[in-house]
Design a protein around this ligand. Structure first.
Ligand SMILES: [Zn+2]
Length: 545
């Protein structure tokens, strides 16, 4: 770096002013490495006269500069002017430019070789109130200069101020407490940043931490050239980087007109907003498996990896593809997390139901037979030995077995038992023929409309009443469910081989709303098993309605 280097004017660069705590400038030794240093003696108390000045020291590079450009250096004190020209400094090779006062403390900055000037030619003067720095060509290339004062007592150097170098002359006011002043330009030697590769999220910002070394550097400014249009980032003057779009950008922080620089890479990433799941609750049966349908949001996230962890691997295992394996009855929480940042979490519940043991014994209900009718057509209505009638399993119009004798007998026993406890049960609707059901259904459609009618009234051939195994007890009005009879029936009917065929909250499975009055005879064992399982008949047999 040379002071002669012309400062480029960059159109609208971003100038970052870094404020640093200026320490006592031990960094003054940098002057030796660079090419400008000027010290001027000043004392109010002792009224130093220029006759006392014995030496004028020039530092090496300064002299080279003066020589190569055939420059004149002027050091001006009020009316006085010391002029050095290249002839006089010919054999010298000093770096420091200072006015030396007798046996002063300048020893620490000067080099071995001293350039002597004849101060007898300098006219006397009284008191230096102000120091004017004649803005020689040497100074012209500088924008700022740091001024340090030297205290007389302990000879400590203290930083005083940074002075802008004006057009021609720079003036600063002397203070009594300093014996003399030293003006130093300390260039930036290094730009230090907290991160050379910055990752940030779209729509978020990052404050760059920039440190200039040495701390005593005169110019506390760096600049960044304007970014190209369409850059994924924006940089503000205070060093805040804003992520505008997903993408990568590189830029350079420059100091000393590009002599010192630091490359910065910025990666703008999309921010994970969440995890979308198909369902928060999954029901499985032991031995079953299912893949969780989950994805990272938003779509532009690059790393779509999800991690799955189960709260109990003995109940349900999960692999890294999100496939759950139901092992035993119980409930687990599956925690899904994102790989992409910021990490997001989603929990889903998996309930593993006990697998129903196969019904080994054929159920007590047998296929109806008739001497006169061919009932083989209804064999397809038997699932695991149970006669099924619902919206998927219809009975033919000629299936007319009448009331099942076994079911009737079972009801009679139940009625007696209820009676003994003061509960009165009676059948209000039992066996219905296909034709009777047809008439009922048509009437309901007329009154309620087809959609509503279908939720409680069976189409002909789809009524369980046609089996002769179903009874409506006491009432078919909605308020029946709140009666003691309804409660007794629900609690005890399994003892007599009946089930509440259309339980509450099972409409999706049975195809019908809750009918607390409608019981279906399936035999004692099966009735008890079904009640215990908490399932409706369709669920228990694994069929649809
Ligand atoms: Zn019914």
């Amino acid at each position: 770096m040379s002071i002669d280097k012309k400062r480029k004017t960059i159109s609208c660069p971003i100038i970052l002013i870094i404020f640093l705590v200026i320490a006592i400038p031990l960094g003054i030794e940098y002057c030796k490495q660079w090419n400008f240093n000027q010290g001027i003696i000043k004392s109010q108390d002792r009224k130093i006269e220029l006759q006392q000045i014995k030496n004028l020291n020039l530092w090496d590079m300064t002299i080279k500069n003066i020589k190569s450009n055939n420059k004149y250096i002027e050091v001006k004190y009020d009316n006085y002017q010391v002029t050095l020209n290249s002839e006089k400094i010919e054999q010298k090779n000093k770096l420091e430019l200072s006015v030396k006062h007798g046996q002063s403390d300048y020893e620490r900055w000067k080099d071995q070789d001293i350039l002597e000037i004849d101060v007898s030619k300098v006219q006397p003067y009284n008191l230096v109130e102000q120091i004017e720095l004649n803005n020689s060509k040497l100074l012209k290339d500088l924008k700022k200069i740091d001024i340090y004062g030297i205290r007389a007592d302990d000879k400590k150097i203290e930083y005083i101020e940074t002075k802008e170098i004006q057009d021609d002359i720079t003036v600063f006011v002397c203070r009594e407490e300093y014996e003399r002043y030293v003006m130093v330009y300390v260039p930036i030697a290094e730009i230090e940043v907290e991160k050379e590769e910055i990752e940030l999220f779209k729509n978020e910002s990052y404050q760059m931490q920039i440190k200039l070394k040495p701390e005593s550097a005169t110019t506390k400014m760096v600049h960044i050239d304007d970014l190209k249009e369409g850059s994924p980032i924006q940089i503000k003057e205070d060093g805040v980087i804003q992520g505008l779009e997903v993408g990568t950008e590189e830029f350079c922080i420059e100091a000393e007109e590009g002599a010192v620089e630091k490359k910065i890479k910025v990666i703008v990433k999309a921010k994970v907003e969440g995890i979308q799941v198909e369902s928060e609750k999954i029901q499985l049966t032991e031995g079953e498996s299912k893949k969780i349908e989950a994805k990272v949001l938003p779509e532009e996230i690059e790393d779509k990896t999800l991690n799955y962890v189960t709260s109990d691997a003995q109940i349900a295992k999960i692999d890294q593809e999100g496939k759950i394996e139901a092992l035993k009855e119980g409930e687990v929480t599956i925690t899904i997390t994102t790989n992409a940042e910021p990490p997001q979490e989603r929990k889903i519940t998996v309930i593993v139901n006990k697998k129903q043991e196969k019904v080994e014994e054929p159920p007590p209900v047998q296929v109806q037979t008739s001497d006169t009718k061919d009932y083989t057509a209804i064999l397809q209505n038997y699932v695991r030995g149970v006669l099924i009638v619902n919206k998927q399993y219809s009975l033919p119009s000629n299936y007319d077995p009448g009331t099942n004798a076994e079911a009737q007998e079972a009801f009679n026993k139940m009625k007696q038992a209820a009676q003994a406890q003061g509960i009165s049960l009676k059948i209000v609707s039992g066996y219905r023929s296909y034709q009777t059901q047809q008439a009922i259904y048509q009437r309901n459609v007329q009154i309620y409309g087809e959609e509503v009618a279908n939720s409680f009234s069976a189409k002909p051939g789809q009524s369980e009443h046609q089996t002769g195994l179903a009874f409506d007890v006491n009432s078919t009005r909605w308020n029946f469910k709140d009666t003691v009879e309804a409660k007794w029936l629900a609690d005890n009917c399994d003892e007599y081989g009946f089930i509440i065929r259309y339980p509450e909250n099972k409409q999706e499975k049975t195809g019908y709303v809750y009918e607390p009055w409608h019981v279906r005879y399936v035999g004692k064992d099966l009735a008890k098993q079904i009640k215990e399982s908490g399932l409706c008949l369709e669920e228990y047999l694994g069929i649809v309605s």
